[in-house]
Design a binder for this molecule. Structure first.
Ligand code: MF3
Ligand code: CO
Ligand code: CO
Length: 274
């Protein structure tokens, strides 16, 4: 895997890892902050009886009224401004008529393009009260993401990130989804490298200052296997066990990591807000 100064590259996927400078960090901070604000405000929208289509409308209107564009809208044929993944849906749940009800847990994944930069983040929301095992799943998933982020610094590898997540999750009897991964991003939605949420220390791609990527582990209460429904998008657990996910967009700094999609309100831990 080779690296290239981002200013010298086109907007295409080149097979090289882009290394961004100060203007890239500034662009990602702005995009990430807007996504975090939208996810904060969703806390008040996500309530019992609300269909996921209303969440989608909120995200779309929020984007357009803040000069942003929802990156998923018309992306590879996807027609919505967000993904809403309820209970055993692992990711890419499509908004629709389904009304949220007591006991549901739902991941809402928002990606905005702001001045050409992509901010990508997701959180879990709950319709209280939820089962204790669902609470534990959400806590473990959030902690798994944060441990993955804590492994990020120059000289570390993508395997270190995966190992930090896998070695925390599996001893608790939960599993890490293999079929989807984090991804490089910046002025593109999905770029090099893939960030796999399992791994061994020292393996994979070396992290360097200026790399931007997401960490977005999907954790299942049961087995890791997923299947895609006939709509071509919705990924569900094969064993119908509950699944949770959190996602942040991060940048590698000279000494460690910067999280671009942090919440000012710290509203991302759902159990703190219900
Ligand atoms: N936001 C998702 C991610 O974290 C991608 C969704 S693509 C879509 O990478 F088309 F399903 F919306
Ligand atoms: Co992502
Ligand atoms: Co996302």
């Amino acid at each position: 895997m080779s690296y290239i100064e981002a200013t010298d590259t086109s907007l295409r996927k080149t097979g090289q890892i882009k290394l961004h400078g100060a203007s890239g960090f500034a662009g990602m901070r702005k995009a990430g902050a807007l996504v975090a604000k939208c996810l904060d405000e969703l806390t008040d929208v996500v309530t019992a009886g609300v269909p996921t289509s209303r969440i989608d409308e909120f995200v779309r209107d929020f984007a357009f009224s803040h000069g942003a564009y929802p990156a998923t809208l018309m992306y590879r044929g996807y027609r919505y401004s967000t993904c809403t993944s309820i209970n055993h849906v692992v990711c890419h749940g499509m908004p629709g008529d389904r009304a949220l009800k007591e006991g549901d847990i739902v991941n809402i994944d928002v990606t905005f393009i702001v001045d050409g930069w992509y901010g990508d983040s997701s959180r879990m929301y709950v319709i209280a009260p939820i089962a204790r095992k669902a609470e534990r799943l959400i806590e473990v998933t959030y902690e798994a993401m944060m441990r993955g982020i804590a492994a990020v610094k120059p000289g570390a590898t993508t395997g270190d990130i995966g190992h930090a997540i896998q070695s925390f999750v599996e001893p608790q009897g939960m599993s890490v989804v293999r079929d989807f991964c984090g991804h490089g991003l910046g002025r593109m939605f999905h770029d090099e490298p893939n960030i796999i949420h399992i791994g061994r220390p020292g393996e994979g791609v070396m992290l360097k200052p200026g790399m931007f990527f997401t960490i977005e582990p999907m954790i299942n209460l049961g087995k890791p296997h997923v299947k895609i429904l006939s709509d071509g998008w919705t990924a569900v657990t094969r064993d119908r066990s509950l699944s949770a996910q959190f996602e942040h967009s991060v940048g590698v700094t000279a000494t460690g990591v910067e999280i671009f999609t942090l919440s000012e309100r710290n509203g991302e831990k759902p159990l703190a807000t219900t």
